[in-house]
Design a protein around this ligand. Structure first.
Ligand code: UDP
Length: 328
């Protein structure tokens, strides 16, 4: 297969490129590097089956075909990143998704949209099933991401209905693993880098909000199954093992053996109180479920950061705590 991966230099995108190349596919990776990094794909650049186009998919998506599939992952995804890039995030969810759908249509290719658990907002249903329509503040700071992805789902569904594009939607829950940027401000990277440097772990709010963490290789195997099939979705992809944020801080302290303290900081505006995927649809339709326990995956991620002290050395205190947006 020949596959276009938008956002292919990002954290998840680069792992998807790796998996596609490993199974013998040809990959065109399109990324404007606004949050993606060349170092994520550096090992692929001299592969004959891999090519990289540095471009903004929201502006233009002129890439020579043919394509059998388009995986549309391009978007800032970490709260500090999309809060810093609000207009770009809305643009890539709307214009960027349209451009990617157009490429899929032109080439009669399968199209898979990387949507998000954020479309559920602060969910009234728990765990979240795909049938739940969500509870999103349309004008809050997070709306630039949540509503962009909701619009992207609507657009994808409309192209499926109106133009018979073979589309699929996956809703990705919190994912972590090697190649996350230490400066992305997310819980996994903040806690691991703080624990490894002896800084206090910054727990936002009282730490009772919950998240579920999926190891990136598990997630990528689900995306591959979606790319290879014809299932429209949406399907939740995530790990149903649920942690409170405070509980996750303790897990990181235990697995790193760190003596760091825990420091409580204000809760970002509209921070969802709980999030846990119901993955019964993905299990039934794709036969997919995560196989890496959170403990195993976090250990591997800690080892990865330990082997890259330069990644952490570039951090200063404001970056380590940059996840704090305006407070309630
Ligand atoms: N969080 C935290 N400390 C941090 C970073 C994040 O307590 O240093 C919390 C954040 O408030 C949220 C959860 O961890 O409740 C997950 O945040 P993240 O930014 O990783 O992703 P989100 O799920 O909010 O998109």
């Amino acid at each position: 297969m020949r596959i276009l991966v938008t956002g292919g230099a990002g954290f998840i995108g680069s792992h998807l490129c790796d998996a596609l190349i490993a199974r013998g596919d040809e990959v065109v990776c399109a990324d404007n590097l606004c949050t993606g990094r060349v170092e994520n794909i550096a090992h692929l650049l001299d592969r004959r089956e891999f090519s990289f186009a540095q471009l903004d998919v929201s502006a233009e998506l002129e890439v020579p075909g043919p394509f059998d599939a388009v995986a549309h992952l391009a978007s800032p995804a970490s709260p500090p990143h999309y809060l810093r890039l609000p207009l770009e995030t809305l643009a890539v969810g709307s214009k960027g998704t349209e451009n990617a759908l157009r490429v899929a249509h032109e080439h009669s290719a399968r199209f898979v949209l990387a949507s998000t658990s954020e479309i559920y907002g602060d969910p009234a249903m728990h765990p979240q099933q795909e049938s739940y329509w969500g509870n999103v503040n349309p004008i809050g700071p997070r709306s630039v991401y949540d509503e962009a992805k909701r619009f992207a789902e609507a657009l994808t569904s409309a192209w499926r209905r109106s133009c018979a594009v073979n589309t699929g939607i996956v809703r990705i829950f919190n994912t972590y693993g090697p190649r996350m940027s230490a400066a992305d401000g997310r819980i996994v990277t903040n806690f691991i880098t703080q624990a490894l440097t002896g800084e206090p772990l910054t727990v936002y709010g009282d730490g009772s909000q919950t998240r579920s963490f999926c190891y990136v290789e598990d997630l990528v195997s689900g995306i591959l199954m979606m790319l290879d099939g014809t299932e429209p979705g949406p399907l939740n992809l995530g790990n149903p093992e649920e942690f409170t944020v405070a509980g996750f801080a303790n897990l990181v302290l235990e697995l790193t053996g760190s003596g760091s303290d825990i420091e409580f900081r204000p809760l970002p505006v509209d921070d969802p109180t709980r999030r846990c995927p119901d993955i019964s649809s993905a299990m039934r339709v794709l036969g997919w479920h995560p196989t890496t326990s959170t403990e195993q995956g976090v250990r591997r991620t800690i080892d990865w950061f330990r082997s890259r002290p330069h990644e952490i050395a570039g951090l200063r205190e404001p970056q380590l705590s940059s996840g704090v947006s305006p407070v309630r």
